[in-house]
Design a protein around this ligand. Structure first.
Ligand code: NGQ
Ligand code: ZN
Length: 454
């Protein structure tokens, strides 16, 4: 039996001291008692928090981190970055994908994330043909999760068209493509791979974007795989907004909300460009807005209308998307700083007389859990034991109590403050290090060397 004893812990009712938590063998939280004393055999930590989920990742893009910062001729944009990314995908083998995914998941755990929604679209062989097992690449992502212990919500992507208006796929998109029958076969294979993982791991779907599907296909796929989670890229770039508007007669978020039964099973990634009424309608739908501040900044996407969205009661979470940098504290900090810079104000979304750190952190706990279909996000009996411990001896946290811990971590510290992480009770990170780092990192390094030489 695993028992964690925390000097301070963030519980649903607020901060408590002397918190003893008994974990169940199935990865859930058994009992939670505050105001007690540690007993022999307890795992002792200084500060314990629920660990959030990372709601958006394309693991393979980690391997090109830092490689797209050389400006070529003409305007450098999301679309020129995408061309480079497509060129990079051409070389990736299943072994590469597994090695990269394991590294990425390990880094996420070390940063304090307990789980990830992998928005997975690199399905097929380089010539666009099925692998012998059509779900080979999904199986590799699942293998990585078996090794790292991350809580995986796997989202095979439905990618059928090369651009708005039902355009045919471009040659560089051949590895992603599926019509509905092919996607159904792929899902059946992916389901087998996910069934081999611990019970907290799950399968959803991700129609890539309005650009990469059509209204009919989107309706058919979301009916065939109803229940969620359903993730979709929605309005990241103004060119995308204009293309969709020209084609469907409405902006992407408005079109989606008006034409499909959008509810809490949905997560809209990069709902960046919205009008006031789209923002309000999305907030009221129960769907999660999936924000990826570091990647959105890197790609020059724009800023999400946080103040209006949270003012209307919207739910959001964060994702590391391109994985150019995997850093939970930094992701939340940039989310807040983007708003401060654009509003020329401070504490833009925080209620009065409250902590910015706590406000952001609790919001992404709730949003991430909903987006992944994961019953986690607070330290309470029956919830999954997704937990992160921080270093009480670190200078940045010295003498801090309660919300000031979160404020210090998110605004004045970084993920080196993380000591321990549990995903559904699996104790994967100790002393800031993933237990399989010695195996995972060398494999990633050799994959990277081979890819950079290619
Ligand atoms: C992706 N990434 O699917 O990896 C996309 C780029 C696209 C981001 N949107 C490709 N950040 O949207 O067409
Ligand atoms: Zn994405």
């Amino acid at each position: 039996m695993t028992v964690i004893f925390a000097d301070q812990a963030l519980l649903p009712a607020g901060w408590a001291t002397g918190v003893r938590i008994i974990l169940r063998p199935d990865g859930g939280i058994g009992t939670v008692e505050a105001g007690g004393r540690a007993e022999p055999g307890d795992l002792r930590v200084a500060i314990l928090l629920p660990a959030p989920a990372n709601l958006h990742s394309h693991a393979f893009q980690r391997a090109m981190a830092g490689l797209t910062e050389h400006r070529g001729r003409g305007r450098d944009s999301f679309w020129t970055w995408r061309d480079l990314m497509y060129r990079f995908t051409a070389h990736l083998t299943p072994d590469d994908v597994q090695a990269i995914a394991a590294q990425v998941q390990m880094e996420m755990l070390e940063a304090g994330y307990a789980a990830v929604a992998e928005f997975h679209y690199l399905h097929h062989a380089p010539d666009g043909a099925d692998y012998a097992d059509i779900g080979e690449m999904s199986a590799r992502v699942a293998e990585a999760a078996a090794e790292t212990g991350i809580g995986l919500t796997h989202l095979p992507v439905l990618y059928a068209h090369g651009g708005a208006g039902g355009k045919p796929l471009e040659p560089a998109q051949g590895r992603f493509g599926c019509d509905l029958p092919r996607f159904e076969r792929l899902m059946a294979s992916a389901a087998r791979a996910i069934a081999a993982l611990p019970a907290d791991c799950r399968l959803g779907i991700a129609p890539h974007s309005l650009r990469a599907t059509t209204p009919d296909l989107l309706r058919a796929a979301t009916t065939a795989f109803a229940g969620g989670p359903i993730h979709i890229h929605i309005a990241e770039q103004m060119r995308e907004v204009r293309d969709v508007e020209a084609w469907l007669g409405a902006r992407p978020v408005a079109w989606l909300l008006d034409n499909l039964p959008i509810d809490a099973a949905w997560c809209l990634i990069h709902a960046t460009h919205m009008t006031g009424s789209e923002t309000e309608a999305l907030a009221g739908s129960g769907a999660v807005a999936g924000l990826c501040p570091i990647t959105e900044a890197n790609l020059g996407d724009g800023l999400f209308p946080m103040a209006d969205f949270t003012g209307a009661g919207g739910t959001y979470g964060v994702g590391s998307d391109s994985n150019v940098r995997i850093a939970l504290a930094e992701e939340l900090r940039l989310l807040e700083y983007g708003q401060r810079l654009s509003h020329q104000s401070r504490a833009v979304i925080c209620p009065e007389d409250a902590s910015n750190g706590r406000t952001l952190y609790e919001a992404v706990l709730a949003g991430g859990g909903r987006a992944l279909g994961r019953d986690a996000g607070c330290i309470a009996p029956g919830r999954l034991a997704d937990l992160v411990a921080l270093d009480g001896d670190a200078l940045a946290l010295d003498g801090r109590k309660g919300d000031r811990i979160l404020d210090a971590w998110l605004f004045a510290g970084d993920d080196r403050l993380v000591t321990d992480v549990w995903s559904a009770g699996r104790h994967q990170v100790r002393n800031g290090r993933h237990e399989a780092r010695d195996r995972i990192e060398p494999r990633y390094r050799s994959a990277l060397r081979r890819l950079l030489a290619a």
